[in-house]
Design a protein. Structure first.
Length: 261
């Protein structure tokens, strides 16, 4: 990096140390393996960058862990059929330094708040092993990194489904709860899931349907959607057993509790 003096206009080379995740490659990536989204975001194709030596069996293990998070209920069973990373999926690692710094600040703020409240950790979240399966799946993509999650602030990996337009906005500017609908089951906000089938329903993907194969009016179509596996700071969970449209649940451990990030 180069620094310029405003008065003398002299330039000098400086070294800046950034706190970045270990699996980020940044400038070390081959130019052909990086897609730019805006000025601050890059997408690293997992098959061309730091995971170039990733064996196919690891991709299959990743897909298998995602399938295990299916709820087994009324969600369409075909949702899990599209989790075929070798044929239909392209997997990218997102590297956005400004958003990462914002996330780091939020994590420190949550920890500082816990210390002010007597050093108590957030209540542990139990999701019948689903969170562990997501974590194991992500580790298959980054076998050489630890991918540590902060248990004291309930940092987890969760799914978020969106279409192509929404994905580009998220990768560039991050998640924004203000553009979310207000008529959702638990009020306005961003929705993440530990079941892959829940998030896949919001990707806008269409799948081949047998009832359309015999119809002349419809052709077999398949749209491109995006499934984001995001780091989420849940903090102190707010539990509810009822729908609370337009309202906020009141079960909180502390009165002044930060929202999830």
């Amino acid at each position: 990096m180069t620094q310029e003096n405003e008065r003398s206009k002299k330039k000098r080379r400086i070294r800046v140390r950034l706190c970045l995740p270990l699996h980020w490659k940044g400038e070390g990536l081959d130019a052909a393996s990086v897609l730019s989204v805006g000025l601050r975001t890059s997408l690293a194709d997992v098959k061309k960058s730091h995971m170039i030596n990733l064996l196919p069996f690891r991709l299959e293990r990743f897909a298998a862990q995602l399938r295990l998070t299916h709820c087994g209920g009324q969600c369409p069973s075909k949702m899990t059929a599209i989790i075929d990373v070798t044929r239909k999926w392209r997997i990218y690692g997102v590297e956005n330094w400004p958003l990462w710094q914002k996330y780091e600040r939020a994590r420190r703020a949550l920890r500082d708040e816990n210390r002010q409240q007597g050093g108590q950790c957030c209540t542990s979240i139990q999701c019948d092993g689903l969170l562990k399966r997501i974590h194991v799946g992500v580790r298959e993509l980054f076998p050489t990194c630890q991918l540590h999650l902060a248990a004291d602030v309930n940092e987890v990996f969760l799914f978020h489904g969106t279409d192509a337009i929404g994905c580009e906005k998220i990768l560039t500017s991050g998640f924004d709860f203000r553009i979310a609908k207000e008529s959702c089951l638990y009020g306005q906000g961003l929705y993440f899931a530990s079941n892959v089938c829940k998030s896949l329903q919001y990707t806008g993907s269409r799948h081949k349907n047998k009832k359309y194969e015999k119809s002349k009016k419809h052709r077999k179509t398949e749209k491109t959607g995006s499934l984001i596996i995001a780091r989420v700071l849940i903090g102190e969970p707010c539990l509810t057993d009822r729908v609370c449209r337009g309202g906020e649940a009141t079960t909180r451990k502390h009165e002044a509790q930060r929202p999830s990030v």
